[in-house]
Design a protein around this ligand. Sequence first.
Ligand code: NAP
Length: 319
Amino acid sequence: MIDDAVGLLGRTAVRTLRGIPVVGRLLGAAPSFDVEGRVLFITGAARGLGAEIARQAHARGAHVALVGRRMAPLQELADDLGERAAAFEADVTDSDKLQDAADAVVARFGGIDVVIANAGIAPPSDTIATIDPAAFERTVEVDLLGQWRTVRAALPAVIERQGHVVMVGSVYAFFNGVLAASYAVSKAGVEQLARTLRVELAQHGVSVGYAYLGFIDTDLATEVFADDHVGAVRQAIPGFLTRPMTVQAAAAAVLSGVDRRAARISAPGWVAPMLATRSLTTAVMDDVLMHNSGVTGAIRTAEALRAKEVVERAGVTDR
Ligand SMILES: NC(=O)c1ccc[n+]([C@@H]2O[C@H](COP(=O)([O-])OP(=O)(O)OC[C@H]3O[C@@H](n4cnc5c(N)ncnc54)[C@H](OP(=O)(O)O)[C@@H]3O)[C@@H](O)[C@H]2O)c1
């Protein structure tokens, strides 16, 4: 028992020290998990981050299983990549379809080394009081439960290969979820899933990482930024927090986490220090947002807009 605790502390210390320049080099290279020749099961691979992870991993010699809800774009990407790529249809809200996809990937490629739970959606920008309950619950269904279902379906195969799991999360795991609560709730929940899995799977030789990503230049961010309320919040907070990174940089960060079997992946560069000091940054952030007139104005406008829509809908129903 004491031996186990000392061993764990020692491994944790070595991992931490490896991250420090110069000192880290003295400790030698971290265990490497090169994707070349490995099988990656990637959800939401039709476009955005999932598609870019698939492209980069494939270019490095991986077999990529492109999983998603629309077969046509997945197949188009698979055809484009050629050998070592195949498309599999599965909506992450459907456990049976995900299990069928995982089984089909094992049949096609012989196993699964890495699962990248990536599929996700963004909710409409509304407050908790005014959001359509169906929209709130749909986000949790896809972004939280979809990731749980993905991992659950692929897990037996990943355990067999002593592989690696990546939960694609967001800085919203610890950022305030103002006007995006269902998204933040999901990303925070997924962080807990990843941490729990990391402990539960260690004895099977499986590692688990959570990706704390800032905004990425994909359709998801474009749609979120098109919303007027989000525009008002962006005006009110420092610009670097919402400046999107390229999808190439985000995908490279995720794959570098796979290479290192990293527990935490973060990008862009400002995320790591905020994460390390999160009890301070979250307390300051909540307080600043509460008292920022741009943010309170955006909340008021969002509420007023929904109230107007409800009145208009009621008018249409009465006629
Ligand atoms: N963009 C950002 O700023 C940002 C920042 C941090 C984290 N992330 C996370 O990164 C991940 C990828 O997002 P992205 O920016 O690449 O978004 P995106 O460009 O909108 O792509 C999302 C992908 O997920 C798929 N998807 C959505 N719902 C699905 C479902 N029910 N079943 C299966 N697939 C589904 C979409 O399929 P269709 O093509 O069929 O719609 C699409 O391929 C998400 O988890 C997101 O939360 C994004």
